[in-house]
Design a protein around this ligand. Structure first.
Ligand code: NAD
Length: 332
């Protein structure tokens, strides 16, 4: 079995090498993503895996893969927006993704940001570094996590992992989800969203970005939150109305925000040396606030997640190449 791994990142290589050794697979890793220019590299291979956000190119790419005898495209990631699913279907290519590679990775980043804000680490750090101010006063007193109520909106894979961690830390955990999962009962209490806005000291968002969730935290919702509450977004930036968030932070409607995603992040997150003119004004404004912490969509980025993305997609690739089925197949 020969597998070609497109768009290989350096951090994936040790996991890919180990997987190839364990499964006795001949694996070739290339840096290039899959597209019209690189599709011919797949000739002579039985299966491919990809990791990219850029389009895979024209329908000729799918036709060529099929003509090489390839039966699948296994994505080492969740999103499959870069795949032309119609072209894949027309060429009998099964597309798989890795929907859940490490919910715990994202959950831990959310909790870490909340703890950072709760204990005012950013504020103390800025005071010490910028003003050589080594003092503290009554405005900087913190709460302890076991005295907090945490409200999670969206309690799927990541929300559930988040609930478990907060519960283990002694917090009261409220969840709001359109679906009910009895497995969450030991960790959390299902409530309506209004209760979360009213009672939570930390609100953490874990829903997908859908027409029904886009902008679900706007001016009205921010006003309903406690003035001492922190808003954490580990899901998608557009769940929050960014200008309403900036206003709420300026007006003291909420205490702070932890964000791993921003609405306009695709233009600059993941890039190096972003030109000053290309850095959005809303990012600059948020980043300048000491009660805001922003990371560039890296909550997923742990060793466990990287290993699982490589292993799960590569296993799917050889299973389908051997005529088998995978539960990670995208149904379309
Ligand atoms: P999931 O599908 O397991 O869970 C999503 C949950 O949201 C489900 O339980 C669903 O019922 C619920 N939901 C949907 N609409 C809702 C609504 N209107 N109100 C309340 N709940 C609603 O997904 P997941 O694996 O937990 O991932 C959640 C999101 O996290 C993803 O969609 C993605 O946007 C984001 N994510 C971020 C990173 C990162 O690195 N920051 C990594 C992976 C995923």
């Amino acid at each position: 079995m020969k597998v070609l791994m497109y768009g290989t990142h350096p951090y994936e290589k040790p996991y890919a090498e180990k997987w190839a050794q364990q499964t006795q697979t001949e694996l070739k890793m290339v840096d290039e993503p899959l597209n019209d220019e690189t599709v011919d590299l797949a000739k002579g291979f039985d299966a491919i895996t990809v990791l990219q956000t850029a389009s895979m190119g024209s329908t000729a790419v799918y036709e060529k893969l099929a003509s090489f005898g390839i039966k699948q495209i296994s994505c080492r990631m969740v999103g499959v927006d870069m795949v032309d699913l119609d072209a894949a279907k027309a060429n009998h290519l099964t597309v798989t993704n890795v929907a859940s590679y490490s919910p715990r990775a994202i959950a831990e980043m959310g909790v870490a940001q909340a703890m950072y804000l709760l204990r005012r680490i950013g504020i103390f750090d800025a005071r010490m570094n910028q003003n050589h101010d080594f003092s503290w006063n009554e405005t900087l007193i913190s709460n302890e996590i076991y005295n907090c109520t945490v409200g999670l909106i969206g309690a799927g894979h990541i929300g559930t992992a988040t609930a478990q961690i907060y519960k283990a830390l002694g917090a009261r955990v409220l969840v709001n989800d359109i679906a009910y999962d009895p497995a969450l009962e030991p960790f959390a209490e299902y409530v309506d969203r209004e209760t979360i806005f009213k009672e939570a000291d930390i609100i953490s968002l874990h829903t997908p970005l859908l027409p029904s969730t886009r902008g679900m935290i706007g001016e009205k919702e921010l006003k309903k939150m406690k003035k001492t509450a922190y808003l954490i977004n580990m899901a998608r930036g557009a769940l929050i109305d960014t200008s309403a968030l900036i206003k709420a932070l300026k007006d003291g409607e909420i205490a702070g925000a932890g964000l791993d995603t921003l609405a306009d992040e695709t233009t600059f997150f993941g890039q190096t040396n972003v030109a000053e003119k290309d850095v959005p004004a809303d990012y600059k404004e948020l980043a300048a606030m000491p009660n805001v912490v922003i990371t560039p969509h890296v909550a997923f980025f742990t060793q466990t997640a990287a290993r699982n993305m490589v292993q799960i997609a590569s296993n799917d690739a050889i299973t389908i190449a051997n005529g088998g089925r995978s539960r990670n197949e995208i149904r379309y």
